[in-house]
Design a protein. Structure first.
Length: 247
């Protein structure tokens, strides 16, 4: 069964809109767990626009499921993650001006720097994943730098409106997942996934974990976090069952 990790960054976004104490991503994480989340994901950004250092410490101390810490490969974040020791760290590119993560990490052009970062994080006992676009070069380079897993960026798949283009991108995601599995990398996926578009991604062979945030938090405003998570978990289970039936 695919693990559903809930990204609670945007609960903190609403709180930071008022620089106040609520809504609290720590409470959101507890409710997400009640709704069936298999893990909690957070991205501590350099500019601290949503998740704060206080959230990171409290989530680590209180959640019952694994914590996935998304981070830019900077020395500040490496210090933080090796002190924190979450279950998993996912390396992502970060630009101050971006609204959200815009693309995968170009692992192939950053191999020398990333190798040291990966080593330091793994030495602390943390599973290391690289967020990459579905390009063979990035998948192979993730293996070369010693990563344990890749998270395939589904952002482009989610944005494409044309059926043909979307199928092509889905094909690239399938190929990237096959390649990753063939060279011993665990396969995760995420970014831009919704209740409507998650099905085909949940049916990609080798995908073990999905990281989903914005669409679930948006729905949680109206139906509550627990129910919003449960509904996403159901959409994933349905897609998995469909593909099992066909095989
Ligand atoms: N995976 C990664 C690496 C991300 O940076 C994000 C966004 O923080 C997500 C998954 C979740 O994306 P979304 O909020 O669009 O579901």
């Amino acid at each position: 069964m695919i693990k559903l990790f809930i990204n609670v960054d945007h609960v903190a976004t609403v709180r930071q809109a008022r620089l106040h104490v609520e809504p609290d991503p720590v409470q959101a994480a507890m409710l997400a767990e009640l709704g069936g989340a298999d893990g909690i994901t957070i991205h501590l950004r350099e500019d601290r626009r949503h998740i704060q250092d206080r959230d990171v410490a409290l989530l680590k101390a209180t959640i019952k499921t694994p914590l996935n810490f998304e981070m830019a490969p900077t020395s500040e974040m490496v210090e933080i993650v090796t002190d924190l020791v979450p279950d998993q760290a996912t390396l992502v590119p970060e630009r101050r001006e971006e609204v959200t993560t815009e693309g995968g990490l170009r692992v192939d052009s950053l191999q020398d720097e990333l190798k040291k970062t990966v080593e330091r994080i793994q030495r602390a006992g943390i599973l290391l994943s690289c967020f990459v676009d579905p390009r063979p070069e990035s998948v192979k380079a993730s293996r070369e730098v010693g990563a344990d897993a890749i998270e395939i960026n589904t952002g482009r798949y989610s944005e494409l409106a044309g059926a043909e283009e979307r199928e092509e991108e889905l094909g690239r995601i399938h190929q990237a997942a096959d390649l990753a599995a063939s060279i011993g990398l665990a396969v995760h996926a995420g970014h831009g996934l919704t209740y409507k578009n998650v099905g085909p991604i949940a049916q990609v062979p080798h995908v073990e974990e999905l990281n989903i945030g914005h669409n679930i938090v948006a729905r949680a405003i109206f139906v509550g976090m627990e129910r919003a998570v449960r509904e996403m978990a159901e959409a994933i289970r349905l897609a998995e069952a469909e593909v099992r039936h066909l095989r």
